[in-house]
Write a protein that binds this ligand. Structure first.
Ligand SMILES: Cc1ncc(COP(=O)(O)O)c(C=O)c1O
Length: 310
């Protein structure tokens, strides 16, 4: 079979046949949660941790699902294993798990919604960002602030990404390839739209404290691997000043893992990409997942694109 399969409410179906209702509250009002894991070398990474974070997002949003983290993990593995034969040697999958509150009929009352809708599917990672491993990403501050926990706690991974999408538009109006960087309401650095943010000064790594950000599983993994390369990480409240005077910075997320940052609001932070501390963390990352994630992403570029890189 040359088409991937997806899971929708208990059924394994071809992606082209996978459907959810027009009355689904996820579609009608962004009333859902999700999580995204990925594989390295065709092996899912920290899938259980992603399922556990999804369970916390469900609890916080009062979506009552009669499946456990172990059940979700089993379903996600089943989808992955059914699609694995379509992976080429240098491919991998993202593993998307989406749960919405279910149908909005006959009542609009969220307490009366039907059974939650559960969808799992695989997609390739966004290798399109590969060149930034070599040239570094441009990060731009946006006027859109990260949703504070007083409104909607950023620790929950909610399907409604409009806060982040507004920020993406703002950043991309400055530079079509820029990544947004959102502040919290107090003016401290929070995170990007789909990634956590770290910066380096005098050999030490700093990252925003957990209050106003999604607690990324990649971020957690950076904390786990940092000691193996003698890198110390400090959490705190940081302002744009701290980034302007940083020696290096990087973004972390499941798809691209660790992406070096070269510019902040147009100012060059480092022309040596990746910087020495970022490079040590990428090496430690590669060791921990058993493959070279940078080489994998670069291998998906055309020879002409690759030859144009520094
Ligand atoms: C807002 C936000 N922050 C951070 C992350 C990184 O999280 P993780 O490392 O678990 O992929 C994501 C991932 O999509 C995100 O959406």
């Amino acid at each position: 079979m040359s088409e991937r399969i997806a899971y929708v409410n208990g059924e394994f179906v071809l992606e082209s046949q996978a459907m959810v209702s027009i009355f689904d509250r996820g579609f009608v009002c962004g009333d859902g949660v999700y999580d995204v894991a990925r594989s390295f070398n065709h092996r899912p990474f920290k899938l259980r941790e992603h399922c556990e974070r999804l369970m916390r997002s469900l609890k916080y949003t009062h979506i009552r699902l009669d499946l456990s983290a172990a059940d979700l993990e089993k379903i996600a593995l089943e989808v992955f294993n059914r699609n694995k034969h379509l992976l080429g040697p240098t491919d991998d999958y993202m593993i998307w798990i989406i749960v919405t509150r279910g149908l909005d009929v006959p009542s609009r009352n969220p307490l009366e919604a039907g059974k939650p809708t559960v969808v799992v599917y695989n997609r390739p990672p966004y290798f399109i960002r590969a060149k930034f491993y070599r040239i570094g990403a441009h990060v731009v501050l946006t006027s859109t602030r990260r949703t504070p926990p007083e409104c909607l706690d950023p620790k929950a991974k909610i399907t409604n990404k409009m806060n982040h999408i507004q920020a993406e538009f703002e950043a991309k109006m400055v530079d079509p390839e820029a990544f947004p960087l959102l502040l919290d309401l107090e003016g401290n650095i929070a995170e990007s739209s789909t990634a956590n943010f770290f910066f380096v000064r005098d050999g030490r790594v700093f990252t925003p404290r957990p209050k106003n950000i999604l607690l990324g599983i990649t971020r957690d993994t950076i904390f786990e691997i940092a000691p193996s390369v003698n890198v110390e990480i400090t959490e705190g409240n940081f302002t744009p000043y701290d980034v302007y005077v940083a020696d290096e910075a990087f973004l972390t997320t499941t798809s691209f893992c660790i992406l070096p940052v070269s510019r902040f609001n147009g100012k060059v932070l480092s022309s040596n990409i990746p910087g020495p501390v970022t490079a040590r963390l990428i090496e430690a990352w590669n060791r921990s997942v058993g493959m070279d994630v940078v080489e994998q992403a670069l291998s998906h570029m055309t020879p002409v694109e690759r030859a144009a890189l520094p």
